[in-house]
Design a protein around this ligand. Structure first.
Ligand SMILES: [Zn+2]
Length: 215
């Protein structure tokens, strides 16, 4: 992780390298954005009342992990465009073929992390993704009940904490399919508890979309 002032200054003046081929320019050069588009992983659950579909870009390793880590921890807000494009290419055929009404709901980010980054990294991508997919976006439905952080906690602690982390603050339309959106799925407890809250509030069908799966 970058932390010195020199690193920060170098980052500002140095042009970026393509994550895939290393060529100077953008994080994703023209050639590589054709050849290295991640193929989405899709899980369909027929007998799960809570979550009926899960879509994500890949495991948390390799270049994808580097991109997400840079976005979250290394002040590379610019790579949101890359992640957005990957998500859009993955979701667009699925959403347009389905044809039903969707509403994308970002998982609320810890306010301390928003303050440190200067922006909400989930909402930023979620809002643009929903717009590009021509579906609703609503970041008022699910709100934080408490200021809690999950990093570094044990699975059991996370599960316990996830249960009381959020609450539903807006009315749910049971005709819509709600898509819960997050960056990383670790134990799945956060997404599951959020899905449970939407389900209790009346959501008929819930999908979850995230960028990476942490094994
Ligand atoms: Zn390249």
């Amino acid at each position: 992780m970058k932390n010195t002032l020199i690193d920060k200054i170098l980052d500002l003046i140095a042009p970026h390298h393509c994550y895939y081929c290393g060529r100077l320019g953008s994080g994703w050069c023209e050639g590589c954005c054709q050849s290295y588009l991640p193929r989405p992983k899709i899980k369909i659950y027929k007998n799960n009342k809570l979550i009926s579909r899960e879509i994500f870009l890949g495991e948390r390793d390799g270049i994808l992990m580097k991109i997400v880590d840079d976005y979250k921890f290394n002040e590379r807000k610019d790579v949101h465009a890359m992640l957005l494009e990957m998500l859009l290419q993955s979701l667009s055929p699925i959403i347009s073929e389905d044809g039903r009404d969707f509403c994308l709901v970002p998982l609320p980010t810890n306010p301390n992390h928003i303050r440190i980054r200067g922006f909400d990294h989930i909402s930023l991508i979620g809002r643009k993704l929903a717009k590009a997919l021509h579906i609703d976006f609503n970041d008022k439905i699910l709100v934080r009940a408490k200021n809690t952080t999950q990093r570094g906690k044990t699975a059991q602690e996370r599960r316990k904490q996830a249960k009381k982390a959020y609450r539903v603050a807006r009315e749910i339309n049971d005709d819509k399919i709600y898509i819960l959106f997050d960056d990383i799925k670790t134990t799945g407890s956060t997404l599951e508890s959020a899905a449970k809250l939407l389900h209790i509030a009346g959501a008929g069908e819930i999908w979850v979309v995230y960028i990476l799966q942490q094994k």
